[in-house]
Ligand binder design. Sequence first.
Ligand SMILES: Cc1cc2nc3c(=O)[nH]c(=O)nc-3n(C[C@H](O)[C@H](O)[C@H](O)COP(=O)(O)OP(=O)(O)OC[C@H]3O[C@@H](n4cnc5c(N)ncnc54)[C@H](O)[C@@H]3O)c2cc1C
Length: 304
Amino acid sequence: MSYSKAFADFLESRNFKDLEYKTNESLATHCTFKIGGNADFWILPKTYTAAKDIIFAANESNVRCTVIGNGSNILFSSEGYRGAVICTSKLCGISVKGKEISCKAGTPLSRLAASAMKSSLTGLEWAYGIPGSVGGAVYMNAGAYEGEISAVLKESEYFDPSDGRIKTLTNAEHSFSYRHSVFIGSPYVILKSVFALNSGDAVEIKAKMDELMAKRREKQPLEYPSAGSVFKRYPGFYTARLIDEAGLKGYRIGGAEISTKHAGFIINTGGAISDDVLSLVELIKEKIYKLYNIKIETEIRYIV
Ligand SMILES: Cc1cc2nc3c(=O)[nH]c(=O)nc-3n(C[C@H](O)[C@H](O)[C@H](O)COP(=O)(O)OP(=O)(O)OC[C@H]3O[C@@H](n4cnc5c(N)ncnc54)[C@H](O)[C@@H]3O)c2cc1C
């Protein structure tokens, strides 16, 4: 464990005021893969100021840190994380103004979609059922069933640790492309996003959401821990189909298995460790390259 007394003292002085924290916390309990060792510090800021101060204090104390949302697109190392994992789950809140919805980064994406439906606003039906936070969805330009964050996002507010300021980005400034935004690989922390939607009929919106959720239940192995589709789609191909055609469905390493229901998912059948998943990912990549001469890329983020 990498321990900084100054950082621990800072956290203790704010605990239960505007943040909550634990030390030596299991990361497996905080991600949908249910894989991961312990983090030295697990921190839940309750306000933007707390989030800023935590990152500032961590930098001052040379404690490395990473920000996550709901942990549904990540694989934590089974060796754990030496430093602070900061989770946005307590930075939640939605406000609707006309056809715009403003949403704090830790708000579940499904809650945002449900709120849009209740306000008779259309454009986010596809997002219902994605188990991530709004911040995580903006970070990687989440999408499904022909919908995508980039099509409905107006602007985001983020914290820039390099100068300690909160800044705003317009949609164009997000540099969105398929499963990509300007935030990927940056030190920025997404705090809030505003979505511009269209008027619709709440009954029709709900029917669409229910239809897409039923599709998810039918096609995806939701009964097992996973991080969703492991690989990005390859232009012109569905990667899952290539994996299926390569005969890899059901292939197992340790506790990790290529789902027999959806070849794009790697599931944790129980007791999987991060190396099991990483070995399966490499095996899939090599086989697809050998068979189709295509280099597929992972969508999930490995946090080590
Ligand atoms: C069963 C299942 C189905 C899924 N279906 C889909 C789907 O249809 N479409 C789709 O696109 N994805 C899907 N996913 C993947 C995942 O839910 C989405 O990518 C989601 O947007 C990730 O959000 P999160 O809050 O869980 O992010 P996390 O997994 O917590 O984090 C992902 C990345 O975002 C960064 N991040 C998170 N929040 C912030 C923030 N506030 N500021 C800066 N960086 C941040 C993290 O550092 C990390 O690198 C699915 C996953 C599962 C398990």
